[in-house]
Design a protein around this ligand. Structure first.
Ligand code: SF4
Length: 159
């Protein structure tokens, strides 16, 4: 979904979005049952936390700067889920968040490649179809809407 502004090779050299420290496990991707089942079949033994209508992978105990890497990450080939990766991962470093009751699209400063672009360029990219796709998906899957985090830059208000 981001191939127009983010090269696969750039992501392949980074992988920061697939690792989580003790402060950002809230960032771990929301998985549908289908995604969870696929990851479980590819990586038997993966543990999940069931949140009712969705799942996240269960991180190990973390302290300090320790990083938990998503079990879907193959250090050589990237995400083993391919096109079945969670929607959260398809749109990262963009996020959909609740800001004082409004649904907003934000961007994470953790992705240098995207965050260094002029904000108007990012908004134009969102207006090219991604904002509509995020709006539609989050209306049907509100569990992907995170509470606003001030480290994120708001780009667009959806409602
Ligand atoms: S599902 Fe794939 S893209 Fe998403 S965090 Fe895990 S390895 Fe990374």
């Amino acid at each position: 979904m981001l191939s127009r502004i983010l090269k696969k090779t750039t992501c392949g050299e980074c992988k920061i979005c697939c690792g989580f420290d003790c402060n950002d496990t809230w960032e771990m991707p929301v998985m549908t049952e289908k995604t969870k089942n696929k990851l479980e079949s590819l990586k038997p033994g993966t543990e999940f936390i069931n949140h009712g209508s969705y799942y996240i992978t269960k991180p190990c105990e973390l302290s300090g700067d320790e990083i938990f890497y998503c079990p879907g990450l193959d250090k050589n080939s990237g995400c083993i889920l391919g096109e079945d990766k969670p929607f959260d991962c398809k749109i990262w470093p963009f996020r959909v968040m609740n800001f004082n009751g409004s649904t907003v699209i934000t961007v994470s400063s953790a992705c240098n490649e995207i965050f260094k672009r002029p904000l108007n360029e990012l908004v134009e990219f969102l207006d090219g179809g991604l904002a509509d796709a995020i709006d539609e998906y989050s209306a049907e899957n509100p569990e992907i809407i995170k509470d606003y985090d001030p480290s994120y830059q708001i780009l667009k208000i959806l409602d």
